[in-house]
Design a protein around this ligand. Structure first.
Ligand code: SF4
Ligand code: SF4
Length: 203
C-alpha cells in the first residue's frame, strides 16, 4: 500500500466517514455484507494467497470501504488481483465475506468507468464471466483462447499452458453443469450494472 494511502487510512476513523456514504451503501447493496463488521485484525490479509502482489492489503480495502475512500479503493490493483478464493472469509473471526466486498468493488469500478491499472485484467474478467454464463462454470481452455484473441498476446505463458495441458489441468471439452439456467439468471443484475456504467458516462 502506498504510504500516502496508509496515512489517510490511519488518520481517519469510521466516525469521520461520510454518514451512509454512497460507496459504503452500494458495496453493502451488492455484496449483502456489512462492512462495519470488520475490526481490522488482519487475519484475512495474513492468509490471502495473493496479498503479496497487491498494492493495498485486503483488510485495508475493507477499511477504505468503511471510510468511504472510494477513489483509493476502486483505482487499486488489489480489487482485480483478488482470486475470490474465500480464504479471507474462512479466517475472519467476524464472519465478514471480504471476497464479496472485492467483487462488489469490481462491479462498482465497472459501473463508474474506472479502468484497472493492468489493462488486460478487465478483458480477462469479462471473458471469465462470459464462460461462466455459457457453461455454468469456468472452462479454462476456452477462457484462455478467448482471452488470447482479445489481447492479441498469443505467446506469453505458452510453456505454462503446455505443462498444464500435459498434467490434465486443461480439459478439451467443457463440463456443462445441471444448474446452468439458474447461473444464467444471475447475470441480468450484472448486465444492468453495465447499463449503469453507460448512464454514468452519459451523465
Ligand atoms: S479478518 Fe475479518 S475482521 Fe479481521 S481484518 Fe479481515 S475482514 Fe476485518
Ligand atoms: S478472496 Fe481475494 S482477498 Fe480473500 S483471500 Fe482470496 S484472494 Fe485474498
Amino acid at each position: 500500500m502506498s504510504s500516502e494511502s496508509t496515512q489517510v487510512c490511519c488518520a481517519m476513523s469510521v466516525m469521520d466517514s461520510p454518514v451512509g456514504s454512497d460507496f459504503k451503501r452500494r458495496i453493502e447493496e451488492i455484496s449483502g455484507e456489512s462492512v462495519l463488521k470488520c475490526y481490522q485484525c488482519g487475519e484475512c490479509t495474513a492468509g490471502c494467497p495473493v496479498a503479496f502482489a497487491m498494492d493495498i492489503a485486503p483488510n485495508q480495502i475493507l477499511r477504505m470501504a468503511q471510510l468511504g475512500l472510494e477513489n483509493e479503493a476502486l483505482s487499486s490493483s488489489a480489487i482485480w488481483l483478488c482470486a475470490g478464493c474465500e480464504t479471507c472469509a474462512t479466517r475472519c473471526p467476524k464472519g465478514a465475506a471480504l471476497s464479496k466486498v472485492m467483487d462488489a468493488c469490481r462491479q462498482i469500478a465497472i459501473e463508474r468507468g474506472i479502468k484497472p491499472r493492468e489493462p488486460n485484467v478487465l478483458k480477462f474478467h469479462d471473458e471469465f464471466l462470459k464462460g461462466v454464463k455459457r457453461f455454468g462454470r469456468c472452462h479454462e481452455l476456452s477462457l484462455t483462447a478467448c482471452y488470447k484473441m482479445r489481447t492479441r498476446d498469443f505467446f506469453s505463458d505458452v510453456l505454462a499452458g503446455i505443462q498444464m495441458f500435459l498434467k490434465g489441468k486443461l480439459a478439451i471439452l467443457p463440463s456443462i453443469i445441471k444448474g446452468r439456467k439458474e447461473v444464467r439468471e444471475l447475470f441480468p443484475a450484472r448486465e444492468s450494472g453495465k447499463g449503469a456504467k453507460k448512464r454514468h458516462r452519459r451523465g
